[in-house]
Design a protein around this ligand. Structure first.
Ligand SMILES: NC(=O)c1ccc[n+]([C@@H]2O[C@H](COP(=O)([O-])OP(=O)(O)OC[C@H]3O[C@@H](n4cnc5c(N)ncnc54)[C@H](OP(=O)(O)O)[C@@H]3O)[C@@H](O)[C@H]2O)c1
Length: 239
């Protein structure tokens, strides 16, 4: 089987390093370019974002970076007819509009969280909120002190699930401390009782594994904007 050619965008970051490590151990994947803002002279295939036009042909780009880099990456994917998997959070309406427009030309999947547990949590939250519409709803999230956006993209997605179930958005509480990988607690509080649904990620490889799985799933798909639920329809393959 020909390996899937990957471009890793945000390669020097925490997620990028995790992706490079896991991809190197997978014979079905071949990283042809490792792009970051500054680039790095030591890694093979390393490229500064300003020279993205020099990237060799690739099948799928995996992006964990900052919103500012997204437009250039979308152009590169369109030029190469490649798919895009993005986990970058903190996107505003212009970036989401750019993703919607790009979906006419390339297959793409953006998700604020690539863990299987959070995908399941999403459904549980919707169900609980629908059953307890009058209860107070709060989302408490904790991430490492280097995370820039708040509330986290995952908290906002869980908030959408709560709002869909109960008709009202929740309150958000964001903590930034130490090296926490990511915790999300959804609390529904009634009189004399409280329901808590909690997800804790202890290793960022969870997200990297999910993104690599999705990249394999997305390669060769028709243009369109896909959802993580589409790709996780066969979760047995994600360990
Ligand atoms: N969806 C998920 O499951 C999930 C999980 C974890 C994290 N995330 C999100 O992923 C993103 C990255 O997280 P991280 O912890 O890896 O961050 P990080 O350690 O700060 O790394 C950021 C990376 O992005 C690069 N970068 C920044 N601006 C860029 C630009 N304009 N063009 C190209 N590359 C650029 C940086 O390059 P330089 O080093 O050269 O500046 C660096 O390689 C964040 O938005 C985070 O919230 C999502």
């Amino acid at each position: 089987m020909t390996p899937i050619r990957l471009l890793i965008h945000g390669a020097s970051g925490r997620m990028g390093q995790s992706l490079l490590r896991l991809a190197a151990a997978d014979s079905g994947l071949h990283v042809v370019a490792a792009v970051s803002r500054g680039g790095a002279d030591d890694a093979s295939g390393s490229l500064p974002a300003s020279r993205m036009a020099e990237a060799p042909a690739f099948d799928v780009a995996i992006d964990f970076s900052l919103p500012a880099g997204l437009a250039g990456l979308i152009d590169a994917c369109a030029r190469h007819g490649a798919g895009l998997v993005s986990g970058t959070t903190g996107l505003g309406s212009p970036e989401h509009a750019a993703l919607d427009a790009a979906a006419a030309r390339i297959p793409l999947l953006w998700a604020p969280n690539f863990s299987l547990g959070v995908a399941v949590l999403q459904g549980l939250v919707r169900q609980a909120a629908a059953a307890l519409p009058g209860w107070d709803a709060d989302i408490i999230e904790l991430h490492h002190s280097g995370k820039r956006d708040a509330p986290s993209g995952t908290a906002l997605r869980l908030g959408e699930a709560l709002a869909a179930g109960r008709g009202q958005p929740p309150r958000y509480h964001s903590l930034r401390a130490g090296d926490a990988v990511g915790e999300h607690s959804v609390q529904l509080s009634g009189h004399g009782e409280r329901l808590e649904l909690v997800h804790r990620a202890s290793d960022r490889e969870v997200f990297a594994r999910g993104a690599l799985f999705v990249a394999g799933w997305l390669a060769g798909k028709a243009p369109g904007r896909y959802r993580i639920e589409d790709a996780l329809a066969g979760p047995k393959t994600l360990s």
